[in-house]
Design a protein around this ligand. Structure first.
Ligand code: IPM
Ligand code: MG
Length: 367
């Protein structure tokens, strides 16, 4: 049997440098855990635009559809700010999500003990935090038609359309309930049913799906209240399920609870493929951070934790995922810090590759 395949798309900015450290980890699993992957690499975002004039080449798109998992770094940068909307780096990412039909975006917000002081919230509010946001990723206002900037009388009007079918809501909700069954059995659904019809339908469908999961405690919140509750008392949540737009915003908010965006992974999952694995793409929540790109300062942990999610959700290797997560927790507890994790007490931060060295050493020590 051939090895499972991974397509690596490092992208722009700090994407390539953090991905280099992940590739070391992938190689480690091949060498030390008899868990080899067939890894190929390609371009996305601004890097693809520079080479091909488009943020995602059709061949790359086709390859992404064939592999067992895609691992993406980050896209975008100031060099591409003035490009036409249709070829902006972000369009490459959105095309991957849409054409792979990755409807369920899992964004964990977990607070590492060693970093609880970094949160902008008080330590006792975030210590031990472990929540999962499930963001619907392929529909809603980011994709709905009609959209565009149109002439209307003597001025222009910008239009986007929030649109959800019952089946789109249902599959996102189902993935949230399935996850909750493996966690603390609580789902909170967030929408704006008080002002949006799509929110009324969202609430109705989530409630209907919830009936199939009697063990899961389901609650509903308006998304604005949800944002408030996230910063007031985030530990009340286990799984939050919400639409594409609210999920985009609420997940950034939840991310910051944990202290650093440089720590947070994500998984975007679709329907099962013929081999039973879900279509899947894994990416850190942070962006391309052009201000520090190429300087070896970036924190590779979010990207590594994204690979841990791949081990868990694509390759059924939950124990090996936990091994990597534990190794990361250990180096943080031992005081290893990249520049984004430096506290007021100062010290010399580790470079991207030095953080990689520390994590590989902890992995070595784990076997
Ligand atoms: C995210 C990002 C993307 C989004 C951008 C880069 C298109 O903000 O993954 O949250 O809006 O979905
Ligand atoms: Mg976002």
């Amino acid at each position: 049997m051939s090895n499972p395949s991974i397509l690596i798309l490092p992208g722009d900015g700090i994407g390539p440098e953090v991905m280099d450290q992940v590739i070391r980890v992938i190689d480690w699993y091949g060498a030390k855990r008899d868990l080899a992957f067939d890894v190929s690499t390609d371009l996305v975002g601004g890097a693809a635009y520079d080479a091909h004039g488009v943020p995602l080449h059709d061949d790359t798109m086709a390859r992404a559809q064939e592999v067992d998992a895609v691992l993406l770094g980050a896209v975008g940068g100031p060099a591409y700010d003035d490009l036409d909307f249709s070829v902006k780096p972000e369009r490459g990412l959105l095309r991957l999500r849409k054409e792979m039909d990755l409807f369920s975006n899992l964004r964990p917000a977990q607070c590492f003990d060693a970093l609880a002081d970094f949160s902008s919230l008080k330590k006792d509010i975030v210590a031990g935090l472990d929540i999962m946001i499930v963001r619907e990723l392929t529909s809603g206002v980011y994709f709905g038609e009609p959209r565009g900037i149109f002439e209307e009388g003597n001025e222009r009007v910008g239009i986007n359309t929030q649109r959800y079918t019952e089946s789109e809501i249902e599959r996102a909700a189902r993935s949230a309930f399935e996850l909750a069954m493996r966690r603390n059995k609580k789902v909170c659904s967030m929408e704006k049913a008080n002002v949006m019809e799509s929110g009324i339908l969202w609430r109705e469908v989530v409630t209907r799906v919830g009936a199939d999961y009697p063990e899961v405690e389901l609650s509903h919140m308006y998304a604005d209240n949800g944002a408030m509750q996230l910063v007031r008392a985030p530990k009340q949540f286990d799984v939050i399920v919400t639409d594409n737009l609210f999920g985009d915003i609420l997940s950034d908010c939840a991310a910051m609870l944990t202290g650093s965006l440089g720590m947070l992974p994500s998984a975007s999952l679709g329907a099962p493929m013929a081999n039973g694995r879900p279509k899947a793409m894994y990416e850190p929540v942070h962006g391309s951070a052009p201000d520090i790109a190429g300087q070896g300062k970036a924190n590779p942990i979010a990207c590594m934790l994204s690979f841990a999610m791949a081990l868990r959700y694509s390759f059924d290797q939950g124990d090996e995922a936990a091994r990597l997560e534990t190794a990361i927790e250990k180096v943080l507890a031992d005081g290893a810090r990249t520049a984004d994790l430096m506290g007021p007490e100062g010290g010399t931060p580790l470079s991207t590759s030095e953080m990689g060295d520390a994590i590989l050493a902890a992995l070595d020590a784990s076997v």
